[in-house]
Design a protein around this ligand. Structure first.
Ligand SMILES: Cc1cc2nc3c(=O)[nH]c(=O)nc-3n(C[C@H](O)[C@H](O)[C@H](O)COP(=O)(O)OP(=O)(O)OC[C@H]3O[C@@H](n4cnc5c(N)ncnc54)[C@H](O)[C@@H]3O)c2cc1C
Length: 561
């Protein structure tokens, strides 16, 4: 293999690394997983990428597309060739302010894109906490979203079109199609290869079947759940006009978003843009004695149409106390709250926001919810968001071996179900003497719940799996989504079959087989995922690289290596 890789390296303009330093650096993302890849490619052109795909196809070697590598579920961890686009594919290709869209390469950083779009009064609205480093390719791959998903939804909702390289090396464009255009593709017209015809015929066959339709509708997460990454989004494709008359036109982008690099290699991305928020922003920082109270208040707050409704619990607030940077941003915190709900209103004038907040606070008081209700305006609002965004990073850097681990950190349920769901969730944790941190996107039914576990112990490793299984059952009971934004990856892939049932899962496998017959694109994610407690960073290292890793003494990495 080494010889073949050397030949591949000679044939491309970019770099191909097989030295241990590169392999170790690319063995991780921001998750609990680690696997040593076979090689790391930093391509210079799409031609390089095509050569890698052709090589991988011939050698049956995985290709793992990677941008910033901030995934939390092991999406860019695996054996094979990791293809890093973060260096040479950072161009904004076209901006159309009148029609409000932009075309970018996958390696454009989300915040850098928005800095450029600011002069047009526009922005790409999904906003991850990692927005200053995560890249659009990865946001599409994971169907990412952020604080304002209550009004802006997720990346999928803004994906107009993508250009991509399929597993046979041919180029395609996926975009909205009329019913006639969709039929034409199924009949082999306007396609670039037999593989493209096959993927259209495959989806048509699956989604035209009445039994499949009924089962997909019954088993996928409730329609009311905005944040939904549960395998391939065939439930959303079913709701397009060839299969459900009167619905939106067919667009494969719905499936590509959240497909975690398992179906095609994306080369260009066309995104819908939103006008920047109205000039006046007010943040009502509602203080509660406990999380349960805050989640009931969340339902009242949502009636007033906020642009975000974000939770920080006592634990997160404690972490910020001891941090030199963040403790300055705690100016609005009074006493020792069990939870703070930050409710954002963006309107044309401050008077409007004052009126809305007065009404909301009156209703909360009447319901006996909360004890302190400051509303913050102007520059200070940035400090509050800064504090909220800091949560995950601070938790990742907890001193000592027990960490707030990402294992069930991304569940989403109908927002109305959230208080009851969290109550049951905490009962499960209590059985194991565990405590979980609660924070983030209460407004859209998703809290980042991270139990504190020591993964360096056998007991911790066992708990990692037990908790995942029990919480999967709970999420299923509420017909929620195991992943709201972080994706399935190595962590949740194993549970998709359980969540949507064996027959629906078989459809996802059929899709993967059709798109990628040699199973080269990021295998082991979405379908055929290995057990979630294998390839963990801290498990006993049994492979050939173990000695190498020990010699290099790899510290725990957080975010991009
Ligand atoms: C501290 C912290 C906070 C976070 N907060 C949030 C949050 O608020 N919201 C949220 O949604 N996520 C969050 N995340 C997760 C992560 O940052 C996002 O999922 C982010 O969008 C990933 O972008 P990336 O560039 O790092 O992608 P990567 O991790 O590099 O890749 C993500 C996926 O996209 C695929 N991919 C990348 N490029 C391509 C391509 N060209 N073609 C095909 N597939 C491709 C990869 O194979 C992979 O499956 C957080 C992570 C951390 C560490």
């Amino acid at each position: 293999m080494q010889q073949k890789l050397t030949k591949l390296a000679e044939s491309i303009d970019g770099e191909l690394y097989t030295d241990s330093t590169h392999l170790i650096l690319y063995a991780t993302d921001a998750s609990a997983y680690r696997e040593i890849p076979t090689a790391v490619c930093v391509p210079k052109s799409w031609d390089d990428v095509r050569k890698v795909i052709t090589f991988a196809s011939k050698e049956r070697l995985p290709v793992i597309p990677r941008t910033a590598g901030t995934s939390l579920a092991g999406q860019v961890v695996g054996k094979g060739i990791v293809v890093d686009l973060s260096k040479n594919f950072r161009k904004i290709l076209e901006i159309n302010p009148e029609e409000r869209w932009v075309v970018v390469q996958p390696g454009v950083v989300r915040d850098e894109l928005n800095m450029e779009l600011k002069k047009y009064g526009l922005f790409f609205s999904p906003e991850t906490s990692t927005s200053n480093r995560c890249m659009i390719g990865g946001m599409v791959g994971n169907n990412s979203c952020g604080n304002r998903s209550v009004i802006y939804g997720s990346t999928r909702d803004h994906l107009i079109a993508v250009k991509a390289i399929l597993s046979d090396g041919t180029e395609v464009e996926f975009k909205e199609l009329t019913d006639e255009e969709f039929e034409a593709k199924c009949n082999g017209e306007n396609v670039s290869s037999p593989l493209e015809v096959a993927i259209y015929q495959n989806i048509k066959r699956i989604l035209s079947d009445k039994e499949n339709q009924e089962r997909i509708r019954r088993k996928f997460p409730k329609d009311s759940i905005i944040r939904r990454n549960t395998g391939y989004a065939i439930d959303l494709l079913l709701n397009t006009s060839p299969f459900t008359p009167g619905k939106a036109p067919f667009n494969f982008c719905k499936l590509i978003a959240g497909s975690e690099g398992t179906l095609a290699f994306i080369t260009e991305i066309k995104l819908h843009l939103d006008p920047v928020l109205p000039p006046e922003i007010g943040l009502a920082c509602l203080h509660f004695d406990n999380v349960d109270e805050s989640l009931r208040a969340n339902l009242i707050a949502l009636k007033y149409k906020p642009s975000a409704c974000e939770l920080m619990d006592h634990y997160i607030l404690e972490c910020t106390k001891n941090n030199i940077e963040y403790r300055q941003h705690r100016f609005f915190v009074k006493g020792d709250p069990g939870a703070i709900l930050v409710v954002e209103f963006a309107r044309e004038t401050r008077e409007e926001i004052e009126q809305i907040c007065a009404n909301m606070i009156a209703e909360l008081k009447e319901a006996g919810l909360g004890y302190h209700y400051p509303v913050i305006y102007g520059e200070d609002t940035a400090k509050i968001w800064h504090l909220r965004k800091a949560g995950l990073g601070l938790l990742s850097n907890m001193p000592g071996d027990p960490k707030a681990v990402p294992v069930i950190e991304d569940t989403a349920v109908d927002v109305e179900d959230l208080p009851e769901y969290i109550r049951e969730f905490n009962e499960i944790l209590k059985k194991y003497d565990l405590y979980s941190v609660h924070y983030a996107h209460a407004g859209s039914g998703e809290l980042h719940l991270r139990p504190i576990i020591n993964l360096k112990t056998v007991e911790g490793n066992r708990l990692f799996r037990t908790i995942a299984e029990e919480i999967a059952a709970l999420v299923k009971k509420y017909r929620g989504s195991l992943s709201g934004e972080h994706g399935d990856g190595r962590l949740r892939g194993e549970f998709i079959r359980y969540m949507i049932g064996a027959k629906n899962y078989a459809l996802l496998k059929e899709i993967k087989r059709t798109w990628d017959p040699n199973n080269i694109f990021n295998p082991g994610k979405i379908v055929d995922t290995p057990s979630m407690n294998t390839s963990l960073r801290f498990e006993e290292l049994g492979d050939l690289h173990a000695e190498q890793l020990r010699r290099h003494h790899v510290p725990q990495l957080h975010g991009c290596p």
